[in-house]
Design a protein around this ligand. Structure first.
Ligand code: SF4
Ligand code: SF4
Length: 450
């Protein structure tokens, strides 16, 4: 069969496919590159979430077809589906399909955190280290989340991205994994899970995973193409208290309590694969009141925000992650660009092989053990929220430009947001039939079901 790489990229662009596992990088841009290897990321980094596992077990053909298309688009001679060895149902579903392709393998990962981080995944699969501030592309690799690849397969059938699989877990009556229209408000998602088991004011909701997700103060925020989970925890839970601390408190504690033990650095996965990221040195600089963009401070740009330093390593419960986040926010505000942290030809540090953070110990450390062992099966069936909020920026790049107006009638799958000319971005399609009731440029389009 002659495969037209340009046509695959065009289909993916038109369908609005973005990275389903992270920042939502537009997939058509990734697939326009030429590489040797495409990795399907099914590692499911975060505790409690099972969306990728359920997808791989329930729709293995979509994952393999999407991987095949991604390989054809990028000219890759090798495809790898990387997933945790303990995902036995997903392995059993994928193995016979992958076996039909001599150039596609399964790569079984250990149960460590954060196995799904792109840099660690590429190192685990290929043995190569992505340069500081670099991309998998720099070592001839493209990494796509398995959900992204399922959407690439859908794009090949003319389907735009309108649905999202996510896990709802924690203090809800019926923890589960389900498929919802993109744009469904979190409030409705919680209702599909039977609602919180705790009263108003007694629980907190995290959008995303428990470690990298953010606390919500508004349950009307919508599910995005990148949303993999909704986690409900008691208001007094360890993680809620940690995430509620202010920047000022985190900086004050860094100044007054950090004893420079280096545990955060010695367990930082980016440091261990050879990058020059030393959170203890950043904490020392902040503690000494150094805030200008010197070499130590700006090395925070290399942080992937996994939280190992904060939630696992630091014996004093300090917040190197939050300090790094704040530095990155300020650097971005100042228009700082990373030209100085660009080391290449890196080798992993000797201790990396022995310092993977065991998943189970991490769970115990952050008080998630009981929630992790609750089943969250995929529950099939369509959900029909009364309205959806289609965010115009659910991806890296510029917000989509609205192409509908208030009062327009739209059908599920119809284009409502277009990529602005000459900009990096992704298209947005409505996920339900309905009428447009609000359009806020650069922000969102609200559609009421009809
Ligand atoms: S969050 Fe902490 S452990 Fe993770 S990469 Fe950043 S500094 Fe390293
Ligand atoms: S682990 Fe905690 S106390 Fe030790 S250097 Fe890092 S931030 Fe400071």
């Amino acid at each position: 069969m002659i495969v037209d790489a340009d046509q695959i990229v065009k289909n993916v662009r038109e369908a609005g496919v973005v990275g389903a596992g992270g920042a939502g990088f537009p997939t058509h841009v990734k697939l326009a590159a030429q590489v040797q290897t495409v990795i399907a990321n099914g590692a499911e980094c975060e505790p409690l979430l099972q969306a990728d596992r359920c997808l791989m077990a329930a729709c293995p053909a979509d994952v393999v077809t999407g991987l095949r298309l991604a390989m054809d688009a990028t000219g890759a001679s090798r495809g790898v589906i990387a997933l945790k060895a303990e995902y036995e149902d997903a392995v059993a579903a994928l193995e016979p399909l992958a076996a039909r392709h001599p150039d596609i393998d399964l790569h079984r990962l250990g149960s460590y955190y954060p196995a799904g981080d792109e840099f660690l995944l590429v190192e685990d699969v290929t043995g190569q280290v992505i340069p500081e501030g670099g991309l998998p592309l720099h070592v001839g690799v493209v990494v796509n989340n398995v959900g992204t690849l399922a959407n690439v397969a859908g794009a090949g059938r003319g389907l735009s991205v309108t649905q999202r699989i996510l896990t709802v877990v924690g203090q809800v009556r019926r923890p589960l994994t389900l498929r919802v229209p993109v744009g469904t408000p979190v409030r409705d998602v919680l209702a599909y899970a039977g609602g919180p088991t705790l009263g108003d004011g007694e629980y907190a909701v995290l959008l995303g995973g428990p470690l990298m997700g953010r606390l919500l103060d508004d349950l009307d925020v919508p599910v995005l193409k990148t949303t993999s989970g909704v986690v409900v925890l008691p208001a007094e839970h360890y993680l809620v208290r940690r995430k509620s601390r202010t920047v000022a408190t985190n900086v004050r504690w860094a100044r007054s309590a950090c004893d420079q033990c280096r545990d955060c650095t010695e367990l930082c996965p980016r440091y261990l694969i050879g990058h020059d990221l030393q959170p203890h040195a950043i904490m020392r600089a902040v503690g000494q009141g150094l805030v200008e963009a010197n070499h130590v401070i700006t090395s925070a740009a290399l942080c992937c925000e996994c939280g190992v330093c904060e939630y696992y390593a630091c014996p004093l419960h300090l917040s190197p992650l939050e300090v790094n986040r704040e530095i990155k926010r300020v650097l971005a505000e100042q228009g700082w660009r990373n030209t100085e942290h660009r080391r290449q030809d890196l080798v992993t540090r000797d201790m990396w092989a022995y310092r993977h953070v065991p998943f189970d110990r991490l769970l115990a450390r952050v008080d998630l053990w009981d929630y992790e062992h609750v089943p969250v099966p995929l529950e099939d069936g369509d959900r029909f929220p009364p309205r959806v909020i289609m965010a115009l920026k659910q991806h890296t790049g510029a917000p989509a430009r609205p192409v509908v107006a208030v009062g327009d009638t739209v059908r599920a799958g119809q284009l409502v947001g277009e990529i602005p000319a000459d900009k990096l971005g992704a298209r947005v399609h409505t996920s339900i039939d309905g009428v447009v009731t609000d359009v806020v440029t650069d922000r969102q389009i609200v559609i009421e079901a009809r």
